[in-house]
Design a protein around this ligand. Structure first.
Ligand SMILES: Cc1cc2nc3c(=O)[nH]c(=O)nc-3n(C[C@H](O)[C@H](O)[C@H](O)COP(=O)(O)OP(=O)(O)OC[C@H]3O[C@@H](n4cnc5c(N)ncnc54)[C@H](O)[C@@H]3O)c2cc1C
Length: 435
């Protein structure tokens, strides 16, 4: 029986893609009615809303990084509009590019360049020696300058989604090295939304004979000895049973305990420890404006308070309709403001930010839509909770495997599950064993 993959998130789809490319015919079971998991999009009124602000690694006009490699092999390269510059910062009433360290005084930029060169020069494998060191400790050994310390807070937050005192220096270095070697910045799908990435992976899988079933909720896994013997899922009210050789589990690993209780104690403890290690929550507030005014193709970090680099207080503003023609009707502008808090007055506070940044604009708002989300699972939050401290791709059960962002892998955001899929594929091909 062909391999079964539980979940059509980026991790599950990348795994299915690699298996399809090697001649297998995987079956992907996804409980939602659409693919993409946390990197999906859905229609609201006349727009397509992403499940929160998302950008992809960009290379030569297309999706880059590990996902880009896989899309390329599938013959499904996905065109991106480059975010140019990728990141800006709003301060002192101005939107300034962060590229070239423009956000720090000119006399400090050479110091940052020197640090960046030092990080790039660390051999990739050696970065693991810094896994248990907080970024801030590495920085403190080199400078006490408060502006530079704030820069590292900001860049840790952006690269690893954690403050510099919580972010692992090893993880931070690897993300920077990958970002500078494999990619040329960030981009957004030209003719679509963030789900286009998952849709392209799905098309590639299906073109090679694999199957992706949406609305298929895996409800039970039966264990017989050291193997899973059967997987039960419901679709359209019917229950189906399959008996696959291999099962790849894509949701955050700790959810496996909802299905299987018979794991060794040590494994169960490690899995439980992953729970609650996610970053966030954050609230994503979308506004549809009746006339476009913002042309910046960048993520704009907004300080909500006077101390603009206070970690954890970054709000981000992005207009996907500056990059893609298809997310909003012509003549309208879709704006997203992500705020790191939840609660009743979130929409008013987001609107307040929009007005603060663009005081001369009187936008007419067609509608506002907000939702809460947690951003990255199993990444950061605690130093060292990366790489070897995360779950391996294999499990105590011989035919159960894991992929996703709670599993070993490197890179920011979607790159992490894609990298875990590459690792699993190598293990399944008889490469590295990490039971
Ligand atoms: C607001 C926000 C902003 C982000 N910004 C970025 C960004 O700019 N760039 C970036 O690269 N990354 C970003 N990320 C992170 C990125 O989206 C995630 O890290 C990544 O999508 C996680 O993928 P995954 O494969 O690990 O898991 P998931 O996406 O969680 O996939 C798991 C899948 O399993 C399915 N599933 C669960 N249980 C079952 C079941 N019983 N049966 C069948 N299916 C099941 C789920 O429905 C889901 O589709 C962001 C995330 C959020 C939330």
């Amino acid at each position: 029986m062909e391999p079964v993959i539980v979940g059509a998130g980026i991790g599950g789809l990348c795994t299915a893609s690699l298996l399809s490319l090697s001649g297998e015919k995987p079956v992907v079971l996804e409980r939602e009615c659409r693919v993409g998991g946390r990197a999906t999009s859905y229609p609201v009124k006349e727009c397509l809303l992403d499940s929160g602000w998302h950008a992809s690694y960009y290379k030569n006009g297309y999706v880059g990084g590990a996902i880009g490699e896989i899309l390329h092999k599938l013959g499904q390269p996905l065109k991106l509009e480059k975010l140019n510059p990728p990141l800006c910062m709003y301060r002192n009433g101005k939107i300034e590019s962060v590229v070239g360290f423009n956000h720090v005084p000119a006399e400090l930029r050479p110091v940052l360049m020197k640090f960046a060169a030092e990080i790039r020069a660390i051999p990739y494998e050696k970065t693991h020696e810094y896994d248990d060191t907080p970024v801030i400790e590495w920085v403190n050994q080199r400078t006490q300058n408060p502006i530079l310390l704030k820069h590292f807070n900001l860049s840790s937050y952006f690269a690893v989604t954690a403050k510099a005192d919580k972010a692992s220096a090893g993880e931070y270095f690897r993300v920077l090295q990958i970002a500078t070697s494999m990619c040329e910045g960030l981009g957004y799908p030209v003719n679509g939304c963030i789900k286009s990435i998952a849709d392209s992976l799905r098309s590639g899988i299906e073109s090679l004979g694999g199957t992706v079933v949406t609305g298929a909720d895996v409800v039970q896994m039966d264990v017989d000895g050291d193997r899973i013997s059967a997987v039960l899922y419901t679709k359209d009210g019917d229950t189906h049973e399959i008996r696959p050789d291999k099962i790849v589990f894509n949701p955050p690993v700790y959810f496996i305990l909802d299905y299987i209780k018979e794991f060794p104690k040590e494994f169960t403890e490690k899995v439980k420890h992953m729970k609650g290690n996610h970053t966030g929550p954050s609230t994503q507030v979308y506004f549809l404006l009746d006339s476009p005014f913002l042309t910046t193709k960048s993520l704009i970090l907004l300080p909500e308070d006077a101390d603009m680099w206070q970690p954890g207080e970054h709000c981000a503003l992005f207009s996907p309709s500056t990059c893609s023609q298809t997310v909003a009707p012509p003549g309208k502008q879709l704006i997203l403001i992500a705020v790191p808090y939840t609660g009743k007055s979130v929409e008013d506070r987001a609107l307040g930010l929009l007005k603060e940044v663009f005081p001369d604009v009187e936008p007419h708002i067609d509608w506002v839509h907000s939702f809460e989300t947690k951003i990255v699972d199993g990444l950061a939050k605690h130093v060292g909770f990366v790489g070897r401290h995360k779950m391996g791709v294999t499990s105590p059960l011989k035919n159960l495997f894991f992929v996703g962002d709670t599993v070993e892998g490197t890179g920011p955001g979607m790159e992490l599950p894609a990298d875990s899929a590459k690792k699993l594929f190598s293990v399944l091909q008889g490469g590295e064993k990490n039971l």
